[in-house]
Design a protein around this ligand. Sequence first.
Ligand code: PGA
Length: 250
Amino acid sequence: MRRMIIAGNWKMNGDRDLVRRIAERCSGAGVDGVDLLVCPPFPLLPAMAEQAPAGVALGAQDVSEYASGAYTGEVSTAMLVEAGCRYVLVGHSERRALFGDSNSRVAAKFAAAKGAGLIPVLCVGETLEERDADRTETVVAEQLDAVFDACGADAFREAVIAYEPVWAIGTGRNATPEQAQAVHAFIRKRVADRDAGVADSLPILYGGSMKPDNAETLLSCPDVDGGLIGGASLDPEAFLAIHACARPGG
Ligand code: PGA
């Protein structure tokens, strides 16, 4: 049975007070088979590493594809490991759309994360125009194939995929469970075509306006193995309410 992961992506939000409140609220919140992951901004990672209760994993929101050197403003995989991270998001749609992360750059970040022993959370998803033009599967396939080509299917053995339709992120308009399930099944099949064993154990999270009132139906889809939550992860009560909706095995 696949584990479920409920992940909070704080984006450029939060402060030490939120670290304290989330850490307190997550304490003792464990649900068997459901992992909690918190991805605050870089400067808050050490505080979260210090305060996070057992069972709450730490992740970063991005990483450099380079190991070290003259890359002003960048943060390396080794720095994330030292800060206590176990996970790192790569290819979030905001990085792709606003900061020029191409498919090949995302693949290089994925490879760097794997090389450092971090678990990459590869974010994929289509824009509204792409969905309307019936290009969802093509776009998601290209995003996945860039990583397959650079790293091989085996690299997905210790990795996570997050399907995040761009039109659902921060808009309050979530994908329906049917829409989410269809793309998640497509992703799993695409991975299974390369390696069925890897596909079977690969957690595929849904992201895009997941809230306590829509989490239960989204999380009960057979190929939805958790959520990547933006806005609602900034409210400890909402984040934990979503976590309480997750049941291992769908
Ligand atoms: P949202 O963001 O939950 O605020 O839509 C999700 C994400 O971008 O990871």
